[in-house]
Design a protein around this ligand. Structure first.
Ligand SMILES: [Fe+2]
Ligand SMILES: [Fe+2]
Length: 193
């Protein structure tokens, strides 16, 4: 699904459900980081690639709204946001993507890494939307799953519009590395853990 080569073990949902406050805290930070990373891309590449400005401003706005929604879920549960923990999945993926950084332009890798993170989040949210005990949370994650699928398409589309065949080829390379990173992480109550 969505370029992912290694499906998530569905038993991850049990680990997530065992600490829903922890999952939602991590998830809130993921949304915030998605907004920040879109704005970071704009700051660094908006000059050379002005076509990314409008869609990524819209995306950053949407991710900030997702943060608000997840934070509202936390508040409803009487739980608070805590400081962000490090995200070994995202760090590992970024590192893996730049192993052979001379093979691809930085902007291309940045767009494709974002596409893969969105794809993995979408896959995880789909599992939550099918398997969580709470109907309300299942509906909540079904809505977010659709957004992440759209964001995957957006990043992939931006990469392909600018880099053509190289983007398709590089996506295959990075998808294999993403699968290796995801497969080595323990299953825990985090979006990517
Ligand atoms: Fe989001
Ligand atoms: Fe997203």
């Amino acid at each position: 699904m969505l370029s992912l080569l290694e499906p998530t073990d569905p038993s991850w949902v049990q680990a997530a459900e065992a600490d829903l406050d922890g999952l939602l805290r991590d998830h809130a930070h993921c949304e915030l980081k998605a907004a920040q990373s879109a704005l970071g891309l704009l700051g660094r590449f908006g000059g050379e690639a002005p076509e990314i400005i409008e869609p990524l401003v819209a995306l950053a706005r949407e991710e900030a709204q997702h943060f608000e929604q997840v934070h509202a879920e936390l508040a409803q549960r009487g739980a608070e946001l805590t400081s962000p923990a490090s995200d070994p999945y995202v760090q590992g993926l970024r590192r893996a993507a730049r192993e052979d950084h001379r093979e691809a332009p930085v902007l291309l890798d940045r767009l494709l890494v974002c596409a893969l993170i969105e794809a993995r989040s979408c896959e995880r949210f789909k599992l939550l939307s099918e398997r969580l005990g709470s109907e309300r949370l299942r509906d909540f994650y079904r809505g977010l799953m659709a957004s992440e699928a759209r964001h995957y398409g957006l990043f992939r589309g931006l990469a392909e519009a600018r880099f053509g065949a190289l983007a398709r080829e590089r996506l295959g390379v990075l998808a294999a590395r993403e699968a290796a990173v995801a497969a080595h992480l323990p299953l825990g109550p985090t979006v990517h853990g």
